[in-house]
Ligand binder design. Sequence first.
Ligand SMILES: *[C@@H]1O[C@H](CO)[C@@H](O)[C@H](O)[C@H]1NC(C)=O
Ligand SMILES: *[C@@H]1O[C@H](CO)[C@@H](O)[C@H](O)[C@H]1NC(C)=O
Length: 280
Amino acid sequence: MMEFSLLGFILLIWRTSADVPKAEDLHWTSLDFSTVLTWRTSPSQHTYTVLYSEVGSDWLESPDCIEVSEGECDLTMQLQPLDRVYTADVKTEPAADEEHLVDIDELPHTYSPPFNPYEESNLSAPSFSLRVLDRLQVSVNVSDPLTAIHNQNRQLTIRDVLQNQLLYRVSYSRAGSTGKKELLSNSSSLVVSGLDSGESYCFIVAAFVPTRARTNQLGLWSHQRCIAIPGPETGLTVGGLVGVIFIVLTVIIVFIVIFVLCCRKKNKRQPANQTTSDPV
Ligand SMILES: *[C@@H]1O[C@H](CO)[C@@H](O)[C@H](O)[C@H]1NC(C)=O
Ligand SMILES: *[C@@H]1O[C@H](CO)[C@@H](O)[C@H](O)[C@H]1NC(C)=O
């Protein structure tokens, strides 16, 4: 009897200390205010429950992350309002066969680093369109990336969230040249001027939040888009081409008219010869 309970005690100590995994390497990943907490798990029968708290407030259970076995928890809907500092706590839950054995308070848990979605969420690469305004200017129209956050059934964009804190950084260069120019815009549609006519320009765009800490200011750069600015009218422009076609057509028509007139004269002369020779 004594031996049995000692064995049970040793087993309990062994299981709680060595066998019960602790969530490790807690890491926040956040893009356009969709925020996921990840952690490293060890293969075991144990599950994890995630608690979160606005710094200085009570701990709440994340409803979607109770006794989960994978090492990830989407906290997008819990970390609101966005502009607050949150901490998460990942608790290891007892395995099904040891619920009666283990003192819940003895189970390991790990705190996450603090996280502020408004200040730290990465911003995705925006898509944009280009339009030639005239021989010196191009308009750039950026689509504000969408977030996973809704307000009264409307899906919010990063501009709805960041409002006037959101700028776009536009970097452009003449095709084939390495010299880059940059400009900042507080609007999603802007005009780039001072371009050279007859040249092609390539643009990339990224969201930029100057009020954030330096490492979080710049979003991901977009794909590059290029556009050709029309040059002054030469034989190669559309206008020039129309002119050339017009001249060529005129010349052809003149030749046809001359040819037709010549043939008519010949045809008129031949019957005249015949009639004069008939009486002979
Ligand atoms: C933001 O992106 C950088 C670079 O990819 C990455 O190192 C960082 O962990 C990301 N931060 C978040 C909060 O997702
Ligand atoms: C920008 O593009 C969107 C569609 O992507 C369009 O609805 C909007 O009118 C455009 N804005 C400007 C200023 O061209």
